[in-house]
Design a protein around this ligand. Structure first.
Ligand SMILES: [Zn+2]
Length: 355
């Protein structure tokens, strides 16, 4: 499982059991400090008593953290009351937001990380290899290998044939060594890259189970890491898009034959509360004003002064955020897509585990 997914799952599983506004979620570009002060003022004008006290202490902790570190784009989820502070570095520009609620606000993070499927990258030629692990759009070098391989052109007294045989043998031995390392780090997706023929030869010696994971082979200079990272991210994004289009087609069929597909907010809310969702597809950027019952956790569209089921106190929420949280808690895969299809299907579509 990816680090991103784990983080989101952890965040989705925590909430204040007394339904108090104790969690601060801050998405911050690291620049506009005025934004934080402005939101602080607004929140301080609304909260009272214990909640206000907790907010002030939580903000102190957040600011202490921000002061320590040169902040780029970051998401911080914190609650003094729960002794909780989680920081997620975000490699792309984020929209500033400071939200106070009874649980962490994970929607923007879920949308951002949706396109970052993890993969393993092998950059190699005949005598150098580097293995990278890319997760949450962060790149980590796992291993660097090199071997002494004889020059392409023979020297000394060996016959050409003997020389070529030896050279081939030592390249093969080097590839086997790289493969053994790759086995340790390989994720579900592998990209092989490098100049010339080496990358193709390397792929051909991989066992079938690894070959099947190879998403693409990229021709690139051995020194051009930067270009390679860029290109491989694009390859993965394209793969992701294709998979989403396939998923959408599959879901449409399931809905048509009244199978395991459901669409529209009401049905999807119901399914998410029952833990039935295997996969959730959401229209990118779509929000829907609604309410949640602080007593029985029922969720509905529009406004409700008190809960129609138990008459408990309600608070205003984004229904889509609640669906995401329910789904994440039960291990569903959550994805975002922009298309007219999903709009027409009521902005949210889900594949059920059972019916
Ligand atoms: Zn209720």
């Amino acid at each position: 499982m990816e680090a991103c997914d784990e983080t989101i799952k952890e965040l989705s599983s925590i909430y204040d059991e007394e339904s108090m506004d104790t969690f601060v979620s801050l998405y911050f570009d690291g620049k506009d400090n005025k934004f934080i002060y402005r939101r602080e003022e607004a929140v301080m004008a609304i909260l009272k008593g214990e909640e206000l006290e907790n907010f002030l202490k939580t903000m102190e902790e957040i600011k202490r953290f921000l002061g320590k570190k040169f902040a780029g784009n970051v998401a911080i989820f914190a609650s003094h009351k729960h002794g909780y502070l989680k920081v997620v570095d975000i490699p792309v520009k984020t929209k500033n937001a400071l939200i106070v609620d009874s649980s962490p606000y994970i929607r923007p993070l879920a949308e951002l990380t949706d396109t970052w499927e993890s993969f393993t990258l092998v950059l190699l030629n005949t005598n150098h290899a580097r293995i990278f692990s890319v997760s949450c759009s962060r790149i980590a070098e796992k291993k660097r290998l090199s071997a002494y391989i004889m020059n392409k052109h023979k020297k000394g007294g060996w016959s050409q044939a003997r020389f070529q045989r030896l050279r081939k043998g030592s390249i093969h031995a080097f590839f086997v060594e790289v493969m053994e390392e790759l086995e340790k780090y390989a994720s579900e997706n592998i990209i092989i890259a490098g100049p010339g023929q080496a990358k193709h030869e390397f792929k051909s010696i991989l066992p079938k189970r690894l070959q099947e994971k190879v998403v693409d082979i990229i021709d690139v200079d051995i020194e051009d890491e930067h270009g390679l990272f860029k290109e491989s991210m694009a390859v993965m994004a394209e793969k992701e898009m294709e998979e989403k289009r396939d998923t959408m087609q599959y879901l449409k069929k399931e809905i048509l034959r009244d199978g395991l597909g459901v669409c529209g907010v009401d049905e999807v809310v119901e399914a998410s509360r029952n833990g039935q969702i295997e996969l959730l597809l959401i229209e990118k950027g779509y929000k829907l004003r609604g309410w949640i019952c602080e007593n029985c956790q029922a969720v509905g569209k529009g406004t409700a002064k008190d809960c129609p089921y138990c008459h408990g106190k309600t608070s205003e929420v984004d229904v889509i955020e609640e669906i995401i949280e329910f789904a994440e808690r039960t291990d569903a895969k959550v994805e975002f897509i922009s298309s007219d299809e999903i709009k027409n299907l009521g902005h949210v579509v889900a594949l059920l585990r059972y019916k």
